[in-house]
Each structure stands twice: as structure tokens, then as C-alpha cells.
Design a protein around this ligand. Structure first.
Ligand code: 5MM
Length: 340
């Protein structure tokens, strides 16, 4: 076994260590503006630094958070005293990660479908991110459910790009997180979500195999199998948990280092509850944990935005609480009582 292989396996396992998960704070410029707009904060570089450094300075966060995914701007930022956010994270025992995709763009010839871009120059960008301290990376593909979509072409194009990205990451000694997000938007039922997620994951793992990606040094960031947000009779917690685990068992090789979920628009406690229900189902071939953005940040953001200076510690406590709740869910040890 080579040093690089061992290093990748070690990082991947650390990301999904028992009771730990990932904090996704890699919103691109447009998305963070949307989030800040919703709480009446101007999206300036200083405000983004204040907000994200507030979260990363939360005392004890490293007990439940293994790594945080940063945006290009964030991985280069420093506190006024010159401490970089990366060293802040290292001191807290939180692995620095970086979003390296350039966003999901309209797919030519396929109305309402997207393909994620960012492969050009990726080898060079990864080398720089490794220098800056990144230990893992993330690339998100977006699969939309709708009338006659997703198309096979959309699934395959995204799977191919995800696998090429993953191979380049491993070459650079960076653990790839592959995120093929099947969107919750729409009125589709659970079975449709299952079928699309299964087809997407199967296509992805074929590409990962063909492009020589080592699964022991890779983490899958998956969407849960869940009813569309506008569906009439939305499936309950047990149904979502069972369908998601069933789908993963059908499509994800056991060698994969771990599976972390995105929250995708679920509310905070709902996302925790679903993860917990899956882990209560018993032993799985891979650890099942979280890599939530909105479901970890929503309350923290609101509290911070109301008064960034006065509410700093309060916002940190809220983030720490959600991180602890999800850490328990990653062990299947969460219960409603823990929320109080
Ligand atoms: C934090 O949001 C991430 C960045 O999104 P954009 O590239 O659209 O700005 C996003 O990739 C996120 O990591 C995942 O969607 C999971 O976040 P949620 O909020 O769904 O848990």
C-alpha cells in the first residue's frame, strides 16, 4: 500500500468517525447572498468572514464535526489577528475541505436539466488547495425530477464529471466527496425518488469504477429517498429511512468509506430524525452520517443576523446543539428529549 492510499483512507475514515459529521458552509456567492438576504444581512466579504469564522470558532465543535466544506474565498480568509480560518479549524480538530465545482449549469439540448462544470484546470486548482491545507473536496451534481426528466444523458454526464473530479482529487492526495443531489423539489412520490436516486447512484459507481477511483478513499454525499416537497401524502420517517437504506444497499459498494447526507431543504429536526432512524435500523456496510448545510445553519444564521456582536455566543450554542444532535443521530442515539 502506498503512502497516498493510506493517507486517503485515513482522511476518509476521519470524516465519518463515529458520532461525527460534516458542516457544509461552502455556499457560493449567489447562494450566500440569498441566505443573507433572507435574514436582512448584506453579503459583503467582511460579513461572510464574520459569520463563518463565528461558526468555526465555536468551542467544542470538533467533538461532533469532523470537517467543514469551505468556499474558495473562505479557505483564503484570515481573522483580523492574522490567524487563517484553516489554522482555526486545525486547532479545533476540524478537517478543512473545499468545494471545487464551478456550479450546475444549464445542460445544452436538455431543457430544465443541469450539468456541473469545473473540470478545466482542476488539477492545478487542487494542487493549490492542498497547499492551502485542504484535506478533502466536494463536487455537487444536481438531478431534477420532473416531466420526463431526468434524462439518461443528464445522469450519465454528471456521473462522468463526478468520477473525473474524484480521480483528480485522489491523484492530489485529497479525499473526494461525490454529491449527486436528487432534488426534493416537485410533487413526486417516494417510489419516483427511489428510482431516480438508484439510477443516479448506479451510474455514478460504474463511472467511479471505470475511472479507477479508490472507494476506500471516497465519501458519498447522498440525498435521502424522500417524497417531493409539494407531494400530497408525504412519506413518514420510517418509510424515508427504509427506502433510503434499501436504495443505498442496492447501489453503493460496501468498500465506500462512508455515506453522508445533505439536508436538501428538510427542516433541522426532520433531517436529524431521518438520519437517526436509519442508524437505528442496525449495522450497515458503511457509516451513515451528515453533511448538512441548511439543517445545521438555519437557526444559527437567524440568531447571529439579529445582532452579530451581541448574539455571537448564542448563535454558537445553537450550532453546537444541532451538531451534537446530528452526532447522536449518526450513532442512532438521538431522541426527541435530547432537543430540550
Ligand atoms: C452549503 O450549500 C452548498 C453550496 O451550494 P451552492 O453551490 O449552490 O452555493 C451545497 O452544495 C450543500 O453542500 C449541499 O447542497 C447540502 O446542503 P443542504 O443545505 O442541502 O444540507
Amino acid at each position: 500500500m502506498t503512502d497516498r492510499y493510506e493517507q486517503l483512507v485515513e482522511i476518509a475514515q476521519a470524516l465519518v468517525a463515529p458520532g461525527k459529521g460534516i458542516l457544509a458552509i461552502d455556499e457560493s456567492g449567489g447562494t450566500i447572498k440569498k441566505r443573507f438576504d433572507s435574514v436582512g444581512v448584506e453579503s459583503t466579504e467582511a460579513n461572510r468572514l464574520d459569520y463563518r469564522s463565528m461558526m468555526l470558532s465555536t468551542e467544542g465543535l470538533g467533538t461532533h464535526i469532523s470537517g467543514a466544506i469551505l468556499f474558495d474565498e473562505t479557505i483564503r480568509q484570515q481573522l483580523p489577528d492574522g490567524t487563517s480560518l484553516v489554522s482555526l479549524m486545525e486547532q479545533a480538530g476540524i478537517l478543512p475541505g473545499i468545494k471545487v465545482d464551478k456550479g450546475a449549469k444549464a445542460m445544452a439540448g436538455f431543457e430544465d436539466e443541469k450539468v456541473t462544470e469545473g473540470l478545466d484546470g482542476l488539477r492545478e486548482r487542487l494542487a493549490e488547495y492542498a497547499e492551502l491545507g485542504a484535506k478533502f473536496a466536494k463536487w455537487r451534481a444536481v438531478i431534477t425530477i420532473g416531466d420526463e426528466i431526468p434524462s439518461r444523458a443528464c445522469i450519465d454526464a454528471n456521473a462522468h464529471a463526478l468520477a473525473r473530479y474524484a480521480a483528480l482529487c485522489q491523484e492530489a492526495g485529497i479525499v473526494p466527496i461525490v454529491e449527486p443531489e436528487v432534488l426534493m423539489d416537485g410533487d413526486h412520490d417516494l417510489d419516483t425518488s427511489f428510482d431516480v436516486t438508484e439510477a443516479t447512484l448506479k451510474a455514478l459507481f460504474v463511472q467511479l469504477y471505470e475511472q479507477n477511483v479508490m472507494l476506500e478513499g471516497l465519501v458519498l454525499k447522498a440525498s435521502m429517498v424522500i417524497s417531493g416537497s409539494e407531494a400530497q401524502d408525504r412519506a413518514g420517517v420510517e418509510e424515508v429511512a427504509e427506502a433510503t437504506v434499501d436504495c443505498l444497499l442496492n447501489a453503493v459498494p460496501a468498500a465506500t468509506a462512508g455515506v453522508v447526507f445533505l439536508s436538501g431543504g428538510q427542516d433541522d429536526v426532520e433531517a436529524t430524525c431521518h438520519l437517526d432512524a436509519m442508524n437505528k435500523m442496525g449495522d450497515m456496510p458503511w457509516p451513515l452520517s451528515f453533511s448538512y448545510g441548511r439543517a445545521l445553519q438555519a437557526e444559527c444564521l437567524k440568531t447571529w443576523a439579529a445582532d452579530p456582536k451581541a448574539n455571537r455566543e448564542k448563535a454558537q450554542q445553537i450550532l453546537l446543539h444541532r451538531a451534537r444532535m446530528n452526532g447522536l443521530a449518526a450513532l442512532g442515539e438521538w431522541s426527541e428529549e435530547e432537543e430540550n
